[in-house]
Design a protein around this ligand. Sequence first.
Ligand code: SF4
Ligand code: SF4
Ligand code: SF4
Length: 178
Amino acid sequence: MGRAVASPVATSLPDPGRRALLRGRLHGPPPLRPPWALDEPRFVDACTGCGDCVTACPENVLHLGGGRLPEFDPGRGECTFCGDCASACAAPAFNSVSALPWTLRARVGEACLTARGIVCSSCRDACGEAAIRFPPTRAVPVPRIDADRCTGCGACVAGCPSAAISLAHAPREVADEA
Ligand code: SF4
Ligand code: SF4
Ligand code: SF4
């Protein structure tokens, strides 16, 4: 039996077929994009997949994902909103860094240890914005995200020992008020 020939590693920019595939997936939740990225359909069209934003990120929180399009992975660390990713992009794929970077906000899921009666406040310790509060209660205090203070930086995501925190886009009016 002949040896299977491995597929070549993708090194080229996204081709029209792959872009169409990505557009076809737009009905599902898109991956987290870098701060200041255009909205998903326009970002998919504008990004060339060069990876310059990924290389420019001093926090190493960006990587090239599906279709060689950059994704933000808060599991790698927090975004400091330095703007280097947007500045490094030669394509028209980013908004001005004077605009709101994104509408991401943290959410605490059911895996939170406090839901099982275990005392934990690691997320509060990780948050530099004081956006996570534990209102006093007779039982084990549970975390509450203050959407007005949360920047969606992602520092709490990696700081949670039970992977209970995710980032999701808040309604625009909530983000605009923050
Ligand atoms: S703003 Fe800075 S830290 Fe955040 S993703 Fe862009 S380069 Fe990385
Ligand atoms: S760090 Fe995670 S497990 Fe601990 S309180 Fe925060 S969300 Fe819950
Ligand atoms: S995403 Fe950042 S600002 Fe928001 S709660 Fe988590 S650590 Fe705090």
